[in-house]
Each structure stands twice: as C-alpha cells, then as structure tokens.
Design a protein around this ligand. Sequence first.
Ligand code: SF4
Length: 505
Amino acid sequence: MAQKTVHFETLGCRLNQDETEGAARSFLEEGFLTDLEPLTARSPIQENVALGVVNTCTVTGKAEQKARRIIRLLLEKCPNAVVIVTGCYAEVDPSSIKQIDEEKIAVLPGTKKYLLSSIAKNFSVNKNAELKKITIGNVEDLIESFCKEIESSKDESNTINTQNKKSNLKLDAFTLYTPVFEKHSRASIKIEDGCNNSCAFCRIHLARGKAVSLSVPDVLKRVKLLENNGVNEVVFTGVNLSQYSGLKYDDPSRKEQASFAELLTTLLAETKNIRFRISSFYPQYIDESFCNAIKDERVQPSFHLSIQSGSDRILSLMNRPYTAEVVLNAIRMIRNAKGNPFIACDIIAGFPGETEEDFALTKKMCEKASFSWIHAFPFSPRPGTVAYNMKPSIPERVKGERVAVLTDIAVKGKIAYINSFAGKKVTAIVENSRSLRLSKNNPFEKKYIHAVTSNFIHVQCEVSTLDIANCKYKPGDVVDIVIQKALEENIKSGAEIEALATVNC
Ligand code: SF4
C-alpha cells in the first residue's frame, strides 16, 4: 500500500507553527508521510501528496495575500491533493478561500483546527484495511459531520461539554500537540488560545475566540515529556499568555485557576533542567509575582512586550488598557528581576488619527526604554475591526517614514545591546552547523555553528580548525559561547545572524 504524503504550509505566529507540528504528528501516527518543507516556485511536482494543509494568518492584508499565493502554489505543485485550509484567515473569511478552487479546497475554521487529528484518524493508513480515498467530498462530509457533533455537544452556555459528545472526537483547542519537533531546534508548547480583549485594530480575537487555557497538570505532563526526550528549551505559545488561567488541579470538582506566574513557578519546581522562554506578554500584567517567577535562571532573559504605541491618547483609541508609564514601569521591573535581558516590543505606526505629536511620544518612549529590538509595523486596516473605519487615516508614505524612524532606533538598540555582551560568556541553543571549504583547491574546511543565545541573539560561532574533528554539536544542544561583536550590516539588513561568537568544543 503506497504511503500517502500530507504536505503542510504554515503562515503567521509561533502558535500556528506549533499547531502545525502537532497536526503533522497526528498524521504521522496514522501512518502518513509528512512534509513541512515550504514549497517554492522551483519545487518539483509532487504526485504522491494526497492532502495539503495550509494553516493561515489574518493579522494583516499581506498575510492573507500570501496565504492565497501559497494555496495556489500547493494546488499547482501537488495536482492530486485535496487542500484543507484552516487557521485565522479561514475562520474570518472562508468564502474567499473556497473561491480559489471550489473543486479542491475544503475550509476548516481556525477555531476547529483541532479536528485535523480526527481527520487523520479517519483516513488512517494504519487502521484502514482498505485505504479511504481522500477526496474533496469525503473531507467536506467529514468536517460537516464533525461540526454537527460539536454543535450537539454544546451546553446552554454554548460551551463544548466534552461529557455530551457521543464519539471519541477530540474537541479541545490543545489537541494538536507534539513532544517531538521536526522544524525547530527549540520546542514550543501551546498553553493558551484566544483573547478576552478587543483591541480596535485586531482581528485575532475575532478569529480565535475567547481565552482558554491548558490546565497546569496537563502543561506539566507535556513539559516533563519534552524534558525526558532531552529537549533543553521550551517556548510558551498562545494568543495572549498574560490571560493564562489554567485549572490548578486534575480534579474536575476543583475550579481554582492559576495565573501565568503561578504556572511558571510550578513548572520550575517540578522539572529539573529544561529552560523556559516566554514568547510574548502584555505590559499591564507585569507584576511582582511575574517578576519573582522569572528571576529563576532557567527562565531565559528575553521578553517580547506587545505595546503598540507610546501615546496614551492613541493607546486609548486602540482600546489598550494601559499607559506609556505602565510600559516603562514594566520594563524597569523586568530589568530589576533579570539584570540585562533582551527586551523587544511591537509598535504600530500610523494608527488612524496619529499626529506628529503622538508619534513623537512613541519615539520618546522607545528611546527611554532602550529596547533591544522594535518590531515596527505600518497600521493595516482589518475588515470587521473597530479601527477599520476610523478617521483620519494616515498616508502610506507617512506610515513608512514612521516605521523607518522606529527601525533605525531598533537597529541602534540591538547593536548596543549585543556589544554590551562583548567578551562575555552566555549559554546558547544550537540551531544548526555547517562546514565551508576555504577554497576550491584547499581541502581544509571552516566549521560554523549557528546558535540562539539565552538572551535571544542569533550568533555564528566559528569552530577553530583544531576542534573541528571533535565538535559534535547538534541542533537543540546547549553550548557556552563568548560573544565577540555585533554584525552591524547584518542587523541593518535583517539577516538572521546578528553577532559573531566563539565556542569551546
Ligand atoms: S490583546 Fe488585543 S491585539 Fe492582542 S490578541 Fe487580544 S485583542 Fe488582539
């Protein structure tokens, strides 16, 4: 029986990537081959792909454009495949996606993405004597019947009551999960989904629904499995980790919930060596209990704050529940707890009504905060959001200029941050290693290791020629490196490698 391949494409955030790895795991366990290598225009035609899965994003119009391009590319390169399109874009705009190819595309709403594991079971290669043909009809019928099951297992508060359901359909947002990562040297674990806020520019909370959390015992079980599998670092993923409120106990009669800080404290107490990295957090939730929890050296000193503006007037128009002073105080508290951590942030430039004075306040806050990096984005009006119809809108040229100003501050901040570690030893996780021949006629090679430091710097370490033979580092290994200097041109151009370092083999 020819083994069938499922090809996965993922757009957007680390959470989406995490879920795709989980979905791939489900198909692998059912006897399929899985391929997570992104297709390109130069990719060959792949006749053996029976199913394609595209996990989409809706954070900007560009992300949706890219999704449509990738869907068309998958249809072209995998002519025998049925394509399931899921994720946030599929949740908010299923009809536009279906119109790309009515005959071959099945849309699975992002909030029901977890059904991919049940779809894998249904078409299981292992369990079915006669391989169920994967056709658009079969897939759509399956999604429809699963969705009916979900509706019938909802109680009066519209919550899925897993007791009600007739079959062993897995119905929770944490179903897609894997203890083994194909595409990443550092593992990640989804602990939260959805968001209870409604920021004026955001479509994510519309696509992902209200905040839900994986219980503390379940998070601990999964982290311990990763640690036992020799994983050295795990990244927490979610839509709004700050709203984590998982049940503290397995006992269904106990309803006490844990905050993120309480979860982290429990994980640190119940595990040995695994390191923890926090993907993104909100400034208004940085409090004493959070700072006490992150003091532990196993919590990596890199933090990403979702900030968006330094003008209190704009923050209020965005419906963000904090001020610039709260942001600066949060940064002070993190630095008190962690010394010299890498602190990055997101800023939206050109939100409707943003005056030169507002932008000057954002610039001033960024300079005062000395961020190690700033992800600056031009405001992108999203259909269905409050800000979509807000006026006056800011000309694209002005948005671009403001993004450039913030990026310039970011580049200076990152160079200064990296050079503040020159000559210092830090730990890092190996991403990959490669050898380069010095020249065509010269048999000697140079070996380089690409690693990500605990404080989130992507470094290139040259392995001295003497050590090449016994330098056996592999992706995921922990290494001690000494930072040499920032690679300024690389940082300006956005190249992945940002600094040079040396490694002791
Ligand atoms: S906090 Fe705001 S921006 Fe973030 S996911 Fe929630 S609604 Fe969207």
